[in-house]
Design a binder for this molecule. Sequence first.
Ligand SMILES: [Zn+2]
Length: 671
Amino acid sequence: MKKSFFLLFTLLAIVLCFPLVTQASPLVYPTERISGQDRVATALSISQKGWDSAQTVILCEYSDYPDSIASTPFAVSLNAPILLTAGGSIDERVVTELQRLKPKKVILLGGIACLKPSIGNELDNLSLKWERIGGTDRYETSVLLAKHLTSDSLILANGDDFPDALSAATFAGIKQIPIVLTSKSLPHSVIEYYKETGPKHLIVIGGEFVIPSNDLTTNKFAVETRLGGQDRYETNAKVISFMKDAYQSNDFYLASGITFPDAVAGTVLASKDKAPLLLTEKEDIPPSIYSLMRKHMKVEPSSQSTNDNSKEGMTTASGGLNLRETPSSTSKILSTIPKDTTINLIDQQDQWYKTTYQSKTGWISANYVTPTTATVDSSVNGTVHILGGTGIISSKSQNIIEGKASSTYADNLKSFPSLPSEIKTTDLPSKGEDVDTPPVVTPPVDTPPVVTPPVSTTYDPTQEVLVNPFQGIPDNALAGKTIMIDPGHGGPDTGAIGPNHTYEKNNNLAIGLALNSILQQAGAKVILTRDTDISPATDYSENEDLKARVELANKTNPDLFICIHNDSFSNPAVQGTSTYYYDDNPKQAESLKLAKSIQSSVINTLQTNDRGVKEANFYVLHYTTMPSILLEAAFISSPYEEARLQNPTFQNNVASAIFQGIYNYYKSPLS
Ligand SMILES: [Zn+2]
């Protein structure tokens, strides 16, 4: 009530101050500020938010942005937080954080001029292994960092100021594309690097003024894309729009476009979350960024909340409330929801509410739920994570984002095209009769609740029928064959994340394990690259992870290599199955035949949308020496297929279909 009065007052104030504006289109994002007393503490807050532990930590001097600015892709490849310290000795707070993270290695970023040799001695005293990456200047340091990554793409940004490189950092982090810094004329180290690596795709960040074309042409740099705007914010907005397919999160990270150090550590966290990083001014949101945030909103903010149709509730059972598979007190317990947890009520049957808690959908007793009035659900738009304290990004800017204050930019006050007034969800039926079974209450769970609003889908798991993989196939059909199964991702690498926060790595593993048992029953010998939630690499990085899979394959030399993944795309409507092979694999013809056979079997069995057999240079397809394919079973980014991928029946059916594809591959000779 208080809040809507305040909103009314604010709206009134806007109308009074800007009489020509009839209806502004405010932003209404929930925000979270990640900050500390100073930049060192902000980096620590970011580290604490993103990491329980870390094998590697990157340490930078707190005022030395030029060396750290290109480090995001490298840090992401190692899943390493970036910490800042003074250059003469390690900040005590950083020492405490190192003790918490327990890294196996610390990387000092920058030369001995900024991080003094004494820092190395201190790390020795802490018994921490360390190495230094630092060139003679920022350009050479960026080249040294780039050499740690394998990519056929390169991002070139001007390193004389930070915003352009920062704009590209999270995309580069997610896609593992190196960022190399240049000046108005190309530094020698950059020209050499470009010649050596010859990237296929060159993306230039910034306009002609910061990276002139003539110098690029002279040095035979083939620019594929240039992204530059009138100012740093417009460039930032252009970069994010261009790269939108890489982002899988609804959230934004917001960093200062004026003061750099608070952002660098945040880029790694944003990359981990697969969310874009926006730049802003201290006191207001620049129009190009405001407009981007407005377009990202999914519902029109309303000043009134309705009392009917409450779709949220609060749990009241003191010992926790059981989430059950079906609306019955004898059905299987999926999870226990702690008291005072706000949950979404998706459906109701008698005295049972259907809800989703920590990615599990089930039923809870209505006796222990107090329905609450749902306010405007802005959470569907995602959260804006503000990096840095109010001295960097002010409370006023935060209020503008939350819809509590008005921007002073006229462009931000125009009426934007209107949005839907609500996200379409299943209507909640009216309350049923009294209960006859008392609800079962169990002791509370010890993890704090993570409440995520479910994205609804029409998927009905009961419609999925388990197929018999051996239908029409003789016994021991694959006797004498060795098959390697490679469930994609695992351990620190979640793979794609679905709208209901499920992880691709878990689906891949479930399908892989189901396939393992089917293949064994068919008489085959099976080797798995992983059979639990780990990375096969001993020292995890994205590169090491892929290398470990390929090395295991080439060492054990199976007859076939089957890699299992889920697809993902920014548009949640996209669905279907694709199978990939690679043209330059030594067994190209066999790989193609295998891909076709598995694709057609999966489509027949699961009736998914046939996106076809495709050729792609995936690491595991490129470097394995036997026939190899990569299956993208379905789209985890589609709420419908995400729910399907979660269903054990579907997972088993994918495995059965792969098996039948393998059987058909061996049955017919290579033509
Ligand atoms: Zn994947």
